[in-house]
Design a protein around this ligand. Structure first.
Ligand code: NAP
Length: 673
């Protein structure tokens, strides 16, 4: 059968395999199925296309435009995911594995699209944190801002997640406004190539925003500079080789590494046999060992259990693992498919043999495969027991990237934490316990060594997302052995592709740069009451100054009895005076807010659709009967929400008859276009 030709997409053209192409075999049968790679790929033209065509086009758009694009890409992939499933079986993955890789990847796009629109501005500059007061009178301020890097992101991915691995990097990169060149691992690049084709055929991205290298990267990394990022997922050995490239070091090219990791799962001391936690632990460990045939960077490699329960854990795990149906991943009855290649099978068996020098193998099984499958890259689950984990070393540093895990006993929680940390830095450690004190101790003792700590028990198990699932909302990455990198984590992940700059200047400068009014910046008097103006008519800085209103003792009495808020500071002059904050009876803060609304509101039906909240409320000075208050209302920020309305954030200050600030807050309204 003719081999499928897996192309690259370089500088706007599909380039077929050429000299130097590698043959890719089916994980299921070992038979050659495809060819990928071309030594003549013009990497300089690719870099140029990304930097000079893709980047400028992406940067012209705002965060919300790019978020909409990411959503559309996710929808395009979703509509054709059956094709991706069909292509993926040859990597050895089962249908449930596809759900993690393909559906998980598409879901990640949707989360970033939604976070981009909800948590990032409808503009081109991201404001990182609040304004910093740098001067006594507020005429000189500081604001951190993030702007897109002006180079290219080179994404180098591992073989195990050909779709998710690409999309979890692509979504934050595009949202940042940076073009990418994706280089999947050759062994499974035919699935990635199809996903790229689907995205390009949907014609959503500007030219140069997405390119693909199927096969080797050539000398691309030798041409990167300070505006580029390499985001790598793969083995520690390859990461070390690539990050020590002299050009990368010399030009301080950002290098994000997600590499292998000796993840652990700890069974809490409270989780006796027969508790829901014990059963949950066994279920999660078995699932982590067999999903993707153990080829998950987050899979549990070390099972840390209280010493007296080690035997029960081995027994229960072995019973569960023995039910694993190994076979053709296309077969619905199959629970565990094959490793990606014969090379990986040899590697896993070699690593298991190393672990076997320090640990006794306590479970394995005969996969019982024949015919074509006999040549596939199948391995059975392998469980080891290490009796002396303190003296052992290889069980803590050997990653067998397959269904291989080692049980070890602990004496007390300090010992459990020490063992978990022996991995030298990992992506995830889980803890199955119902004891919050144990959980707190583990977070304190192990947090510094692990990028994620997953705690599960009877209360959360029905809805928990699984030890092994990195989520787009949460940080993925870990220190030391895990690469020292960080990905995703919501908007944090987008910032990896942006430069944070400390901008200092006057309030007016900061307001104009950030598209957000800052106290001290120009106030604009609008042509009419701002509540009569539609979303797109309102300008940043547009301000209303109201008339003033005197607060009387009758008002305070009335409000107290009407609402039931007869707190002593409003009702009892002597008691209020004994309080260090009040000169005597004072008006309720909520009364002042209500009077403020009464002062600034425009009562007629108009473009203000709803008051949706209030942020950052502070009462600064008490108001007594006889004092008067007035309000200043300024348009601080506008955010489009739908085609019909957008959110207006108003900066509101209440001042008294002496112009002293009484209260300050931000009011949110939804306004029609
Ligand atoms: P790998 O051999 O290190 O390869 C990773 C990627 O690097 C592949 O795309 C590979 O391309 C590329 N590569 C290798 N040498 C290169 C070079 N000289 N220049 C440019 N690119 C080069 O890892 P793998 O076998 O694909 O993946 C398994 C490993 O990845 C495991 O150790 C696992 O723990 C780790 N992993 C980590 C995470 C995480 O998020 N931390 C996720 C998944 C996997 P070729 O395929 O073309 O060689």
């Amino acid at each position: 059968m003719a081999l499928q030709q897996i192309s690259s997409f370089a500088a706007g053209q599909w380039v077929a395999p050429g000299a130097g192409a590698r043959t890719i075999a089916s994980a299921i049968t070992g038979a050659p199925i495809a060819s990928a790679g071309n030594d003549a790929l013009d990497v300089l033209a690719m870099l140029d296309h990304a930097r000079n065509t893709g980047g400028p086009a992406l940067r012209k758009l705002g965060f919300h435009d790019r978020a909409r694009m990411i959503k559309a890409l996710g929808q395009a992939l979703n509509a054709r995911k059956a094709e991706l499933y069909a292509a993926s079986f040859d990597t050895g993955a089962t249908q449930s594995d596809h759900l993690i890789d393909i559906d998980g990847g598409i879901g990640t796009m949707f989360v970033f699209a939604s976070k981009g629109r909800r948590e990032m501005p409808d503009g081109q500059i991201y404001l990182d944190g609040e304004v910093e007061q740098l001067s006594r009178n507020g005429t000189f301020l500081g604001q951190h801002v993030c702007t897109p890097l002006q180079g290219v992101a080179v994404h180098i991915n591992a073989f195990n997640f050909p779709v998710w691995g690409m999309l979890e990097k692509l979504a934050p990169t595009l949202l940042a406004g940076v073009p990418s060149i994706v280089k999947p691992a050759t062994n499974s690049c035919y699935v990635t190539e199809l996903a790229v084709r689907i995205m390009l055929e949907a014609d959503i991205l500007p030219a140069g925003a997405l390119q693909l290298v199927s096969g080797g990267l050539g000398d691309m990394l030798d041409h990167l500079d300070c505006q580029d990022v390499v985001s790598f997922t793969g083995s520690a050995d390859t990461a070390l080789k690539l990050r020590s490239n002299p050009v990368i070091l010399q030009n301080a090219v950002r290098f994000v590494a997600e590499q292998d990791s000796l993840n652990a799962s700890i069974l809490g001391p409270d989780a006796e046999s027969g508790t829901p936690e014990f059963d949950l632990f066994i279920k999660e460990v078995a699932r982590e060992m067999t999903t993707k045939a153990g080829q998950k960077c987050t899979a549990i490699r070390r099972i840390i259990a209280p010493q007296p329960r080690v035997e029960a854990v081995i027994e229960a795990l072995s019973a569960r693992l023995s039910k694993t149906v190994i076979g053709d991943p296309r077969d619905e009855a199959t629970r565990m498919g094959a490793l990606v290649s014969g090379g990986q099978k040899a590697d896993v068996l070699a690593k298991a043999a190393i672990i076997g020098q320090e640990a006794e193998q306590v479970f394995t099984m005969d996969p019982g495969l024949s015919g074509d499958l006999a040549n596939g890259a199948f391995v059975p689950p392998m469980l080891f027991h290490c009796a002396d984990p303190d003296r052992a070393q290889r069980v803590h540093d050997t990653e067998a990237f397959g269904p291989v895990s080692t049980v070890m006993g602990y004496r007390d929680m300090d010992h459990a934490v020490t063992l978990a940390n022996r991995g030298g830095g990992s992506l995830v450690t889980s803890l199955i316990t119902h004891d919050a004190d144990v959980a707190r101790d583990v977070v304190m003792g192990a947090g510094a060594f692990h990028g994620r700590i997953y705690i599960n028990n009877r209360d959360s198990m029905k809805e928990s997302t699984g030890h092994g699932s990195p989520l787009p909302h949460m940080v993925h990455g870990g220190p030391g052995r895990a690469g020292g990198g960080e990905e995703m984590g919501g908007v944090r992940g987008v910032k990896h592709y942006m430069q944070r700059t400390a901008v200092q200047g006057s309030p007016e400068m900061l307001a104009r740069i950030g598209g957000k009014w800052v106290p001290g910046a120009t106030e604009v008097a609008g042509p009419a009451h701002p509540f009569t103006r539609r979303y797109n008519e309102l300008s940043i800085g547009e301000t209303l100054h109201t008339a003033s209103r005197t607060v009387t003792m009758d008002d305070i009495e009335h409000f107290a009895h009407f609402t039931g808020d007869t707190f002593y500071a409003h009702m009892d002059d002597a008691a209020a005076k004994r309080n260090p904050f009040f000169p005597g009876r004072v008006a309720h803060g909520y009364l002042l807010l209500s009077f403020a609304a009464g002062l600034f509101v425009e009562p007629n039906e108009g473009p203000v659709l709803a008051n949706t909240g209030l942020d950052g409320l502070r009462f600064m000075k008490p108001v007594s009967a006889g004092d008067s208050i007035k309000v200043r209302l300024t348009v601080k920020k506008k955010t489009r929400r739908t085609d019909e309305y957008g959110e207006v954030r108003w900066h509101v200050t209440l001042t008294n008859q002496d112009d002293e600030m009484v209260a300050e807050y931000e009011l949110l309204t939804m306004n029609a276009y």
